[in-house]
Design a protein around this ligand. Structure first.
Ligand code: ZN
Length: 145
C-alpha cells in the first residue's frame, strides 16, 4: 500500500501542487470555463487566450486535493502554445492513459505523464480528469461559436 501511495503522490505531482504554474486569470480570455468534481470537492476555472488558432496563454484558479490542483498546473503547462487540434490530442491521450492504455508516444505529455499512477485509484481519476474535462468543454464551446 505504501508503494502504491508513493506512486500516487509522486514528487513531480507534489511539486506542482506546492508550486503550481499558470495560476491566475486573464483579462482578455476567449475561453472562460469552470467545473467541479463534487465527489472530492475539487473546483477549477480555466482562462484561455486564443491567438491565431493557438492557445496563446493559459491561467487557472482552483481549490481541492493535490491531484486535482497538480493536474491543472501540468495541463496548463502543456496547453500553452498548442493548436486546438494538438490540445484535443493531449485530452484524448490523457483519457486513454486514465483508462489504462499506453500513451501515444507522438504526443508530448510533459509532466502529465506522472499522473499515470493515478489510474489505479478510480476515485482519484476524477480529480485528475477534472482539468481536461473542463478545458474540453470550454474549447468545444469556443469552436462552435
Ligand atoms: Zn480531488
Amino acid at each position: 500500500m505504501l508503494d502504491q501511495l508513493d506512486e500516487l503522490y509522486r514528487d513531480v505531482i507534489l511539486d506542482h501542487f506546492r508550486n503550481p504554474t499558470h495560476v491566475g486569470e486573464l483579462p482578455v480570455a476567449q475561453v472562460k470555463v469552470e467545473g467541479a468534481n463534487p465527489l472530492c470537492g475539487d473546483e477549477l476555472t480555466f482562462h484561455l487566450q486564443m491567438q491565431r488558432g493557438r492557445i496563446h496563454q493559459v491561467r487557472f484558479r482552483g481549490k481541492g486535493c493535490a491531484i486535482s490542483q497538480a493536474a491543472a498546473s501540468m495541463f496548463a503547462t502543456q496547453l500553452e502554445g498548442k493548436t486546438i487540434q494538438e490540445a484535443w490530442r493531449i485530452v484524448d491521450t490523457m483519457k486513454a492513459l486514465m483508462q489504462g492504455q499506453d500513451p501515444d508516444d507522438s504526443v508530448d505529455l510533459g509532466d502529465l505523464e506522472a499522473l499515470a499512477g493515478v489510474r489505479k485509484f478510480p476515485v482519484r481519476v476524477k480529480c485528475a480528469a477534472l482539468s481536461w474535462n473542463v478545458v474540453e468543454q470550454g474549447l468545444k464551446n469556443y469552436s462552435s461559436q
